[in-house]
Design a protein around this ligand. Structure first.
Ligand SMILES: *Cc1c(COP(=O)(O)O)cnc(C)c1O
Length: 360
């Protein structure tokens, strides 16, 4: 029985990855111990973490100017950690308010220094990304923070803002990392909680330009300093070994199916099919500005809340789960990350048509 899980996160992982993890769980490569029982300093795990990083660098085309770090605490920990490390004294950080996650990041930054909003679409429930020429940017900002894909509202940057000299751009890419080709060197730092496109929850993957880590004030604790993760290759203490292992399997899967160029095409096709089904009906509506619609989180609704609730319930009974919209926006949301196959999207569209026919 196939259950398609449309949850925003933790999200479904590729079936091939789950099968392989199952096979290796109790006996990793014939060593007699399971993967979670291996020393983080032993030969077998060293290979796991090194391969995971190597694959990720290859897939994302990350240059040697950048470090890749595995940090516990998820993306939300990065909200404070990045400000503690990178928000320079006497300067101010710029934040784009395009969704609830970006707003949370902004709130944390203000605990450690000065931060300002360059734009906000909060008044219209974050239904669009404000046009870049309306942003009030500070050319002296210590950094600019954006959220590349807004998981809750269902918007995504199709293009990124211009990089101003001396203003590194930092992006929370939790919900669209490794789903499309991006130019890493346009960013000072990229981070992502793993549980959407990379693996299990509890870990963030951080790509940081090495020179930026030198900014960190001396008072920041060891475990919260990027330099600790860079210098110790994420092995200062015991890292989340299982999360790193699964992330490594996901990177192998991405390589096998043809890398980001291929994935991006598939992701675009999946989203196009689903939005076409929504736009082609009088029954379903998307509240999101067309130009900014996310290819990862498709937010939509039926004519009323009772029908939304019935949709979620009946879809689950038809093995299509996790379709309830975020509690802040209501309605419906289908998260179609890398691991969601086209067959899952087609099953959802089939269900939508049937539901509309019965309730129109
Ligand atoms: C899910 C998500 C987060 C939060 O991730 P945690 O790992 O739960 O802290 C932050 N930002 C974005 C864009 C997300 O989608």
């Amino acid at each position: 029985m196939t259950v398609y899980n449309f949850s925003a996160g933790p999200a479904m992982l590729p079936a091939a990855v789950m099968e392989r993890a199952k096979a290796e769980f109790c006996d990793y490569k014939g060593c007699g111990n399971g993967i979670v029982e291996l020393s983080h300093r032993g030969k077998l795990f060293t290979e796991v973490i090194e391969n995971a990083e190597k694959n990720f660098r290859e897939i994302m085309n990350i240059s040697d100017d950048y470090a890749v770090c595995f940090v516990q605490g998820g993306a939300s920990m990065q909200f404070c950690m990045l400000a503690m490390n990178l928000l320079e004294k006497g300067k101010s950080a710029d934040y784009a308010d395009t969704g609830v996650w970006g707003a949370k990041a902004f709130k944390e930054a203000k605990l450690f220094g000065d931060a300002k909003l360059v734009c906000s679409s909060k008044e219209t429930k974050y239904d669009h990304i404000p046009a870049f020429d309306t942003w009030t940017r500070n050319p002296e900002a210590t950094y600019l923070h954006i959220t590349s894909n807004n998981t809750v509202a269902g918007t995504q940057y199709m293009k990124f803002p211009e990089v101003l000299p001396n203003v590194p751009m930092i992006a929370d890419m939790s919900s669209d990392i490794m789903s499309r080709r991006i130019n890493v060197s346009d960013f000072g730092m990229i981070y992502a909680g793993a549980q959407k496109n990379l693996g299990p929850s509890g870990m963030a993957v951080v790509i940081i330009r090495k020179d930026l880590a030198a900014r960190t004030p001396a008072t920041v604790p060891t475990m919260l300093r990027y330099s600790t993760y860079i210098d110790e290759k994420s092995l200062f203490n015991t890292p989340p070994t299982f999360a790193i292992y699964l992330f490594g399997l996901v990177t192998e899967w991405v390589k096998e199916i043809g890398g980001l160029d291929k994935l991006e095409i598939i992701n675009n096709q999946k989203a196009a099919r689903l939005y076409a089904a929504i736009d082609g009906s009088e029954f379903y509506k998307s509240p999101v500005a067309k130009a900014d619609r996310s290819r990862m989180n498709v937010v939509f609704r039926t004519p009323n809340e009772e029908l939304d609730a019935a949709f979620v319930k009946e879809a689950a009974a038809a093995n299509l789960t996790g379709l309830k919209g975020h509690r802040l926006v209501g309605g419906l949301r289908a998260s179609i990350y890398n691991a969601m196959p086209m067959a899952g999207v087609e099953a959802l569209i089939g269900f939508m048509n049937e539901f509309e026919r019965k309730n129109r």
